[in-house]
Ligand binder design. Structure first.
Ligand SMILES: Nc1ncnc2c1ncn2[C@@H]1O[C@H](COP(=O)(O)OP(=O)(O)OP(=O)(O)O)[C@@H](O)[C@H]1O
Ligand SMILES: [Mg+2]
Length: 466
C-alpha cells in the first residue's frame, strides 16, 4: 500500500488533527510542570541570594566595611552552596570563597551566571554558579552567589524528559494514525474491489462485512440491501421482458397465420371482409395488452406518486360500476354498489378508476355463479378500514363465482397469469397485475379472500398515501 494513499485517508487526517490537539495540550501541561519545578528551583536560588544580600547589607549599615568583611570571612568558613567575594578598589581579594572576580560583565539588574573552580579533595572542579555583584562606595566590590550545578543538572534532566515525552507523543500518534489508516484503507480497498466486481456485471457479489458493526459495516450492510433490491428488480424485469415477448408472440402469430390462410384460398369479398374484421379485433386485443402493460409500467415507475392529489373515492367507484351496469344486466347479474360518501385519499384518479374497473370486469368474466345459484350479485363497496380507523379505507369487489384456490391467489397477481378455468374467456392476464401495481403505488395492500362462495378482493389504501 503506497504511503501517499495512507496519508490521504480521512482517518490519517483525523489522527493528525487529533495528534496536533493532543500535542498542544501535552506541551501546555509539560510547560506548566517545567515552570513549577525548574522555575521554582531558579526562584529559590535567587531568593536565597537576595536573603544573604539583605543580611550583608544590614551588617554594612551597622559596621561599615570592616563588619561586612568580617561577616563574609566568617560565612566563608562554612559556605555550603553560597559563594562570596569582596575585593578592594585595586582588585585584591579581601574575603570570600572565590579566588578572583568572574570575567563576566554584570547585567543591568546585577545578576549573572558564570563558571568557577571549586576545590575538592582531589583537585578542582568547574561548577556553574549564579550571583549578584555590587560596587560599594569607595570602589569596593561585593559578590554574593550560589552554586547552581545541581540545579542545572535537575533542569537538564527535566528538559530531556520533556523533549522525550513530546517526541514520543508525536511518534506514537503518527504511528497510531498510520496503523489505523492502514486498517481503514484495507477495508475500503476490499469494498472497492467488490464494488468493481459488481460493476463488472457480477450482481450476485456482496460487499464484505467484518462483523464489528462499525460504520463501515453498516454502510456495507445498507449497500448490500440496496444490491439485493436491485438484483430482485433486475430479475423481475428480465422475467417481465421474457413474459411479454413470449405472450405477445402467440397472438401475433395467430394474426399472421389467419392472414396467410386467407390469402392462400380463393375467397369472396365477404370472406376477406370477415378475415379483416377478425384481424382488427386481434390487433385491438394486442393494443389493449400494450396499453395495460404501459399502465402497469407507469404505476410502477413511482413518478406518479408526487403528482397524487386528494381524491374522493365515491364518485370514482360509482362511475366505474356504472360503466359495467349494462354488461352485468346482460349476464343476469345484479351490481350492488355500496360506497360511503366522503372517503378521501391521496391518489391518482385515473389509475384508481382503472383498478376498480378491472376488478368488476374480472367478477363479470370469471366470477359468474353457476346456473341455478340464487344470489346472482356482485358487490362493489368502499368504506373506512376497520383495522386502521381514520387512516385507511377498503375498496372491495366481491362475486359469487368459483373463486380462486388459496394457493393461486398470490400467483394471479403476476403478469400474464391466467388460471386454467379462464382459458376460454378473452383477456391477457394483466388486469390483476395492474390492480396490484396501483395499490403498491398508493402504499396499500391487496388481499384476495374467499367469499364463500366466490372471490372477494380487498384493496387496503392508506388515506394519506405514502
Ligand atoms: N373474480 C374472479 N373469480 C375467479 N377467478 C378470477 C377472478 N378474477 C381473476 N381470476 C383469475 O385470475 C386470472 C388473472 O386475472 P387478470 O384480471 O389478471 O387477467 P384476466 O382477467 O384473465 O385478463 P385481463 O384482465 O387482462 O383481461 C384470471 O385469468 C382468472 O383465472
Ligand atoms: Mg381481468
Amino acid at each position: 500500500m503506497p504511503l501517499t494513499n495512507l496519508l490521504k485517508t480521512s482517518t490519517f487526517r483525523l489522527a493528525v488533527i487529533y495528534l496536533a490537539l493532543f500535542a498542544a495540550s501535552a506541551i501546555t501541561l509539560l510547560a506548566y510542570v517545567y515552570w513549577n519545578t525548574a522555575g521554582f528551583l531558579a526562584r529559590q536560588t535567587d531568593e536565597a541570594v537576595e536573603a544573604e544580600i539583605t543580611g550583608l547589607a544590614e551588617q554594612y549599615r551597622q559596621g561599615g566595611l570592616p563588619l561586612l568583611v568580617h561577616t563574609v570571612i566568617q560565612r566563608s568558613r562554612d559556605p555550603g552552596q553560597s559563594l562570596y567575594l569582596v575585593l578592594d578598589p585595586a582588585g585584591r581579594v579581601l574575603a570570600g570563597t572565590l579566588d578572583a572576580r568572574p570575567a563576566i560583565e554584570v547585567g543591568a539588574d546585577g545578576w549573572f551566571d558564570f563558571d568557577y573552580n571549586r576545590k575538592t579533595l582531589d583537585g578542582t572542579e568547574v561548577k556553574a554558579a549564579r550571583a549578584r555583584a555590587f560596587y560599594l562606595p569607595d570602589g569596593y566590590y561585593l559578590l554574593v552567589g550560589r552554586d547552581v550545578q545541581e540545579r542545572r543538572e535537575i533542569e537538564s534532566l527535566i528538559t530531556n524528559a520533556l523533549i522525550w515525552a513530546i517526541g514520543m507523543t508525536v511518534a506514537l500518534g503518527l504511528a497510531g494514525g498510520l496503523f489505523m489508516s492502514r486498517n481503514m484503507l484495507a477495508r475500503v480497498d476490499d469494498i472497492n474491489r467488490s464494488s468493481r466486481d459488481i460493476m463488472d456485471g457480477d450482481l450476485s457479489q456482496r460487499l464484505p462485512i467484518v462483523g464489528t458493526g462499525d460504520e463501515l459495516d453498516q454502510l456495507g450492510r445498507n449497500l448490500n440491501a440496496m444490491l439485493d433490491q436491485i438484483e430482485a428488480l433486475m430479475t423481475g424485469m428480465r422475467q417481465v421482458t421474457d413474459n411479454i415477448a413470449h405472450d405477445l408472440r402467440s397472438p401475433l402469430n395467430r394474426l399472421r397465420n389467419r392472414l396467410e390462410v386467407t390469402l392462400m384460398q380463393e375467397a369472396s369479398p365477404a370472406d376477406y371482409r370477415h378475415a379483416l374484421e377478425q384481424t382488427i379485433a386481434e390487433a385491438d386485443n394486442l393494443l389493449g395488452t400494450f396499453n395495460a402493460l404501459l399502465m402497469i409500467a407507469r404505476a410502477e415507475a413511482g413518478s406518479l406518486r408526487e403528482a397524487m392529489t386528494v381524491v374522493d373515492l365515491a364518485p370514482i367507484v360509482m362511475d366505474a360500476a356504472e360503466l359495467y351496469e349494462p354488461v352485468a344486466e346482460e349476464s343476469g347479474l345484479k351490481l350492488h354498489v355500496d360506497v360511503q360518501e366522503g372517503l378521501q385519499i391521496r391518489g391518482n384518479r385515473e389509475l384508481l378508476s382503472q383498478a376498480t374497473a378491472n376488478l368488476i370486469d374480472n367478477a363479470l368474466k370469471h366470477g359468474l355463479p353457476p346456473a341455478g345459484e340464487a344470489e346472482r350479485i356482485i358487490t362493489v363497496s368502499a368504506a373506512p378500514d376497520p383495522a386502521r380507523p381514520g387512516r385507511g379505507v377498503v375498496l372491495a369487489v366481491a362475486d359469487r363465482g368459483i373463486g380462486i384456490p388459496a394457493g393461486e391467489r398470490h400467483h394471479v397477481l403476476e403478469r400474464f397469469v391466467r388460471l386454467e378455468a379462464s382459458r376460454n374467456t378473452p383477456g391477457s392476464g394483466l388486469g390483476l397485475s395492474l390492480v396490484a401495481a396501483v395499490v403498491r403505488l398508493h402504499g396499500g395492500q391487496i388481499e384476495l379472500e374467499d367469499n364463500h362462495p366466490g372471490l372477494k378482493v380487498n384493496l387496503h389504501l392508506p388515506v394519506l398515501g405514502r
